[in-house]
Design a protein around this ligand. Sequence first.
Ligand code: FAD
Length: 466
Amino acid sequence: MQPNVAAAKEALSHLDIEQSQAAIRAKSRDFFWYSPVLKARLDHVEADFVVSPRSEAEVIEVLRTCYAHDVPVTTRGAGTGNYGQAMPLAGGCVMHLHHMNAVQEIAPGRVVTQPGILLKDLDAATKAHSGQELRMFSSTWATATIGGFIAGGSGGVGSCTWGSLRDLGNIIRLRVVTMEEEPRVLEFRGEELARVSHAYGTNGIITEIEVPLAPAYDWVEMFLTARDFMQAARFAEGLANLDGVLIKLATVFEAPIAKDYFQRVAPHVEAEDNVIGLMVAPQSMDGFLTFLSRNPGVEMIYRNDDHDWARGPGAVFEYGWNHTTLRALKVDPSITYLQVRYGFPEHLPLIEKMRDALSPEVLQHLEVLRENGKVMFAGLSLVKFTTEERLDEIVKMHEDAGAMIFNPHRYTLEEGGRQSVDDRQLSFKREADPKGLLNPGKMIAWDDPSFGFDEMYAYPKMQAAE
Ligand code: FAD
């Protein structure tokens, strides 16, 4: 199967095709460079061409044409993913969905939208229409698309109350186009959603999305400090467990993350301060302040609706989730990170154990996460990178202790996920992408079903570095 890129590009030349080589390179990249491991392996990867369809009909045309000419297609939302998800490993076509940004319907409790709209624009539309907002969004709210969030993300701001994207009820319906001689348009609900959500666009292109909404609030955003790290973690957990207090974010940063990496917060904290970032609904502030008063040792240093900081910190959620890593990286380029699941009920002892074993080489950054009604933590730990071997050792220490790692230093679905094949995604790929042209190299089960996960997977058809 030899791709005929020139023929595909020619056949699509009446669509919006990127002409500038610099733009093609830029649109072939995402935030893979967060990982020194991926940076070393993917830096050279580049698409042959970039096309931006304006409608589902044009998506179908791109897929039909690339299928006919055996050209790989990697879909791009905004390219903010950081597992190399949107990198076209085998070159070919990058299909950029930024024109497909129309909100189609807003109703009580739900919105129907095209995939290429930015999360912030979708949120603004639902607020303006009926005082509703997205239940959860990636901390890249300002720059990422809803389609990319569903195909590549996991959860984020709001997950402390609503759980993760994969939890039932957090996606209502997806409309999906297949990569066949004559692409089909399918509608997925219920069990079928797992076929394509968080599948990196390896087995279908999402062209319409229906997600639930919640009432919108002017969230009170705060920073708190605590000298004792475990007290800060227990405080965040306790707050999330208050049934009558509505929160959208509860983040814990081990000292000295805030002092060293949060430039606008640094003047207001000491190196010894562990910091808690919060979003609390305004009607819950009385309950929250009562809870705070029951926790001597935890101090509020900032609230967005009443503060005397000469220079405000900006949105508190843009310190949380993977923005913590971004801020640290800007100050110290040797920082990288891990994604850890500290599952209930062992979450707090596990966190303490990993911190005792690894701090300050690994600094704890925790996000409160609700899973099956239980409050627990996701860790997006900051790691001082030295070597790949040491990084692998740190990963193994977590796994041996019982903390699951979603390894952000791997570009495949399986290695960045639960290290196992998702049969629903694989069997849908067999049906929907028989030539294996969608985002190639990201699903090990497709390329090498006998892979043993004892070393990092290396996609054999990866574009060669020049
Ligand atoms: P892209 O990066 O363009 O795409 C992501 C994946 O989805 C790719 O595999 C792409 O091929 C595929 N894709 C995109 N659109 C479609 C479509 N319509 N159909 C099929 N496949 C498609 N992630 C979180 O989950 N939570 C966070 O809080 C979070 N915080 C982040 C903070 C920072 C600073 C950074 C750099 C990343 C963060 N991420 C987070 C990762 C990423 O930003 C999110 O997952 C984001 O929502 C991805 O959206 P995007 O539009 O940039 O997608």
